[in-house]
Design a protein around this ligand. Structure first.
Ligand code: SF4
Length: 707
């Protein structure tokens, strides 16, 4: 009889980053629980986490490398050596600007670092980007512009000290449920705590709000400026102190004073009386914690929305104080860790930038590559990467741990990019990803529990996961796959540097943490030994450092002048000129906004095999207001098409007064394999925020047609 044992790992789903304890017998997970002693969830988990053991019986599991000998031919079994040689040869032979890597905020930090080193260090190619671009890049740009560094100022423990929660563009009850439990618990403990939710839909989160502001798509910036203006008009801020404490603060206040509150209310789409009532919850020295996610970020104004949220905390003088501050929620378990390793197209490890010569030289020295080998040009961000591939500009595209056919905007162009690229490499755990169908080489990877590695959650908490299961077949850890390709390329070049000669994930971590020494995200003190003992929050600069719960204590930040910077006039003017890029008109009178539901995860590559979860929603749907349903001639339960400028998608109609009139909501989880025209990203817009390059997935013009 096999003896039960326990293994701890970060939940493979959302950015809360819950630590789950699995009871394992033989090579099977028997039970999952959350240990009350484990940060950050302290005994809590949601149904997705509790059922995460079911993903190990995925019938579509990839278990061996596959190679297509020619485009259009069948995928055939191959050895690891054959697969690695095929990928390494293609990468080595292609010009550096004709290769690209598209990864994921679900890869662990070790794999993310290995990919960054392979492409930016060894190949001299900055065309590396990930699905974090679809999720978090406006938060990155917002923090960086305001404070000189990415990364949130505060931590989850601020929830237990806050007086007012401003939750904007985040359905936390569905998508960050454990963290939302803490918000709800705060209100039980502190009856004066208040919740303001800004969301076009009356979501499960909004149902708990004291004030639900059903903002119009594109109305967030005027709404936030209304709140800022209300603070100023009520005499709740010391304008002179704000101007002195910020770069550009006086000019920003002048521009705010020139705004007409009635005009701001009109542009927000929320009645003035509701805004006035919500604004009062900010008054009286209350501690404000703003929590925000995709609704803020997935917009051509995403960076400015982040800046306006940050401005509220700066106006209140609450930066770096317990219970206060702007807090961006990450969508995926390691979106933060990927930013630390510098995998986005403009970054290098340790929050360095490819555009900065000192940063490039530091990494060239560290990696032992030739001076000048790192390109000074930022690479192509996600949308641009697939546009270029669709135009024939890419020879090799390596996709890892993500399903761009389902998740990128304008799905037909994504398919064209994959059809047109001579060699598409897909590294994943399951053939349930629609992207696998386009692969010329398939690399089977280990999933959670089958590998050890490190992830950073939304609050900068770095957690080491155990390996407690044998991986099936020939599956390998992601870092091992990348290292094998890197080693093969070095051998091919006669380069004996051995940059990828890591013996374990701990070797990769040890190398990566040293790249962060002296950087804003300093993890140098997080040795393997310490992470084996428990999680730590960065900055953690030396092995004796306890980690840092709150940054910018005392309001001191990292810009050259040590002052937070306010948003500039140019950004604000641009936001005023186009609230939504693909705006409604007579032909397409409604606005489609996409999102997620509690029981599914992204493109369902995991949750489609968890029967209890998959049964909950019953399939793709469009949620519409009764007035819009009547105008379109559809009723609850009808099959209907939503048609936009780029395509159409079909699903079941849900008529609900939870929808804002003029808006259609649809989750993006169901893609091509769920049936013809199930993929709502057939319709979404590829317009991007100019600062963050994040696409405006949250708003595009559509009409409803009966089918
Ligand atoms: Fe997993 Fe997120 Fe649920 Fe926690 S809240 S168990 S991280 S899905």
């Amino acid at each position: 009889m096999s003896v039960a044992r326990a293994g701890k790992a970060v939940c493979p789903y959302c950015g809360v980053g819950c630590v789950l304890t699995s009871t394992v017998e033989g090579n099977a997970v028997k039970r999952i629980r959350a240990d009350p002693a484990d940060a950050p969830n302290f005994g809590m988990m949601c149904p997705k986490g509790a059922l995460a053991g079911e993903v190990f019986s995925d019938p579509d599991r990839l278990t061996r490398p596959l190679i297509r000998r020619e485009k259009g031919g069948p995928l055939e079994p191959a050895t690891w050596e054959q697969a690695i040689v095929r990928v390494a040869d293609a990468l080595a032979e292609a010009p550096a600007d004709r290769v690209a890597w598209y990864g994921s905020g679900q890869l662990d930090t070790e794999a993310s670092y290995a990919f960054t080193k392979l492409f930016k260090g060894l190949l001299g190619c900055n065309h590396t980007d990930t699905n974090s671009r679809l999720c978090m890049s406006s938060a990155v740009a917002g923090y960086t512009q305001a404070f000189g560094s990415d990364g949130p100022p505060g931590c989850y423990a601020d929830i237990e000290e806050a007086d007012t929660f401003l939750i904007l563009g985040a359905n936390m009850a569905a998508n960050h449920p454990v963290l939302f439990n803490r918000v709800r618990r705060r209100r039980v403990v502190e009856p004066d705590a208040r919740i303001v939710v800004v969301d076009p839909r009356r979501t499960r989160t909004a149902a708990h709000a004291d004030h639900h502001l059903a903002v119009a798509p594109g109305g967030d910036v005027p709404l936030l400026r209304f709140l800022a203006r209300a603070l100023v008009d009520a005499g709740e801020i010391d304008a002179a102190a704000f101007a002195a404490a910020t770069d550009g603060g006086a000019a920003w206040l002048d521009r705010l004073a020139a705004e007409d509150p009635d005009d701001l209310a009109r542009r927000s789409g929320v009645p003035r009386a509701q805004l006035d009532a919500a604004a009062e919850t900010l008054f009286g020295g209350r501690k404000l914690m703003s929590l925000y996610c995709m609704g803020a970020n997935q917009s051509a104004q995403g960076t400015l929305k982040n800046r306006e949220l940050i401005h509220l905390s700066l106006l209140l003088g609450q930066l770096g104080r317990p219970g206060c501050g702007p807090f961006s929620l990450t969508g995926q378990p390691n979106a933060m860790g990927g930013r630390e390793v510098g995998y986005l197209a403009h970054q290098l490890p340790g929050y360095r930038l490819v555009a900065e010569s000192a940063d490039r030289e530091a990494m060239e020295r560290f990696w032992g590559t030739v001076r000048g080998s790192i390109s000074p040009e930022p690479g192509r961000a996600a949308v641009e990467m697939f546009k270029a591939a669709a135009a024939g500009a890419t020879d090799v595209l390596w996709v890892a741990c993500t399903n761009p056919v389902a998740s990128l905007p304008d799905a037909e162009r994504t398919r064209e990019a994959l059809r047109r690229t001579p060699l598409v490499v897909v590294q994943d755990v399951t053939a349930a990803s629609e992207t696998v169908a386009y692969a010329d080489v398939v690399l089977p990877a280990c999933q959670w529990g089958e590998k050890a590695g490190t992830m950073t959650n939304s609050e900068r908490l770095v957690v080491r996961s155990d390996r407690f299961l044998e991986a099936p077949g020939a599956c390998r850890p992601d870092w091992w796959i990348v290292a094998s390709v890197g080693h093969a390329i070095e051998e091919r070049r006669g380069d004996a540097a051995g940059r990828f000669a890591w013996a374990s994930h701990e070797d990769v971590w040890d190398e990566f943490r040293r790249t962060t020494t002296g950087r804003p995200c300093d993890l140098a003190g997080m040795t393997n030994e310490r992470l084996r003992a428990g999680p730590l929050q960065w900055p953690c600069p030396d092995p004796g450092h306890p980690g840092t719960a709150r940054r910018y204590a005392g309001g001191r930040v990292l810009t050259a002048s040590s002052k937070p910077r306010t948003a500039g006039e140019t950004q604000e003017t641009a936001a005023r000129s186009a609230a939504i890029c693909d705006a409604a008109d007579a032909a397409f009178p409604l606005v489609l906004t996409t999102g997620r539901v509690a029981s599914q995860w992204h493109s369902r590559t995991k949750t489609r095999h968890v029967a209890v979860l998959d049964a909950q929603e019953g399939g793709p749907f469009f949620e519409v207001h009764p007035d819009d349903a009547a105008a379109a001639g559809v009723t609850h339960g009808d099959r209907a098409a939503v048609v936009g400028r780029r395509g159409r998608a079909e699903a079941t109609v849900r008529v609900s007064d939870e929808a804002r009139p003029g808006c259609v909501f649809s989750p993006f989880h169901w893609a091509d394999s769920a049936g013809p025209l199930a993929n709502v990203n057939q319709l979404t817009s590829d317009a991007v925020d100019p600062a963050s390059q994040q696409p405006e997935l949250k708003a595009c013009a559509v009409r409803i047609e009966k089918v």
